[in-house]
Write a protein that binds this ligand. Structure first.
Ligand SMILES: NC(=O)c1ccc[n+]([C@@H]2O[C@H](COP(=O)([O-])OP(=O)(O)OC[C@H]3O[C@@H](n4cnc5c(N)ncnc54)[C@H](O)[C@@H]3O)[C@@H](O)[C@H]2O)c1
Length: 284
């Protein structure tokens, strides 16, 4: 369908188009079709950074979006922003590392929208670049529970719903730290490598059942993730040694556009894949 050049990033235009569609239903077929019309998506970690950008672009493209995060006020801001721009969103406070929170999240999604078409496992935390000899059990368990257990719980509960629907898309936000050994500490690196394994297994396992599962491996992106880290000096020095090859930092909306591609039918033949979105850093 035709896109209106120059208006892609102008929410006002989308509000106007929605208004025209409501007032003049016969004009509907001549207006741009949204990529996620009538789809329902859960985005975790959606109060900040990439999750927020993904929630916003999905809503702009017609999806009902569940904005899930730890932070109530920031969730409300994202939901209000989406609704103000003519989209549909529901905010849910959820700690992805707690299985019962994930159950509440998925139950709320199905009870409100009667479907779960797209699951984006985006919530994630860093590990202060800690090398193995300094990793405490607490650090290991904390990072693993958010970066890996969370996506596991969510996939385990989402897949039966998607199997019933005979369609579904899962997108896991991994990292180039899930492909290489030198971008973070031990635990983050292990968690993102495992998330990529989880992605490939789910992708292959349900490939004939209408479910696609892919991952995005971002390079450095300007978000809040590094704001409060207390970097391990040795670990950070080792990791930044390759930083001079990074062409530039990315922006959250660049990852969101990649997620939109994976979520919609344009990516119908992508399954079990990892899209590296790093501006060319790992091509060096
Ligand atoms: N920013 C980068 O450079 C970069 C690079 C590669 C991968 N990533 C990955 O991208 C994802 C998004 O990170 P971001 O950079 O947008 O960070 P961010 O800190 O801006 O956003 C992460 C969000 O996740 C939420 N969150 C954290 N723990 C949670 C939990 N237990 N339950 C629910 N929500 C929780 C936070 O409250 C926050 O709103 C993460 O998985 C991260 O590992 C980030």
């Amino acid at each position: 369908m035709q896109r209106l050049n120059g208006f892609d990033d102008d929410n006002t235009m989308y509000i106007v188009i929605n208004h025209i569609k409501t007032r003049y239903p016969l004009l509907k077929k001549h207006l741009p079709m949204k990529k996620l019309q009538n789809k329902t998506a859960i985005v975790t970690g959606a109060a900040s950074g990439m999750g927020k950008a993904i929630a916003e672009i999905f809503a702009k493209e017609g999806a009902n979006v569940i904005v899930a995060d730890l932070k109530k006020n920031e969730i409300d801001d994202v939901v209000n922003n989406i609704t103000k721009n003519g989209g549909k969103a529901l905010g849910i406070v959820c700690n992805v590392s707690i299985e019962s929170d994930i159950k509440n999240l998925i139950d709320a999604c199905v009870s409100k929208f009667n479907a779960l078409d797209i699951l984006v496992n985006n919530a994630g935390i860093m590990d202060d670049f800690t090398p193995v000899d300094m990793v405490t059990n607490d650090l290991w368990n904390k990072v693993m529970s958010v970066n890996l257990n969370g996506p596991f719980y969510a996939c385990r509960m989402a897949v039966p719903i998607m199997l019933k629907q005979q369609n579904g898309v899962i997108i896991n936000i991994a990292s180039i730290g899930g492909l290489y050994g030198s971008r973070a500490g031990l635990t983050y690196t292990a968690s993102k490598h495992a998330l990529i394994g989880l992605t490939k297994n789910i992708g292959f396992m349900y490939a004939t059942k209408g479910i696609r599962c892919n991952a995005i491996a971002p390079g450095g992106v300007n978000t809040n993730i590094g704001k409060n880290i207390q970097a391990n000096k040795f670990g950070q020095e080792r990791c930044v040694s390759g930083g001079s090859n990074m062409p530039r930092m990315g922006e959250a909306d660049e990852i969101a556009k990649t997620a939109l591609f994976l979520a919609c039918e344009d990516a119908s033949f992508l399954n079990g894949s990892v899209i590296t979105a790093d501006g060319g850093w790992t091509a060096y």
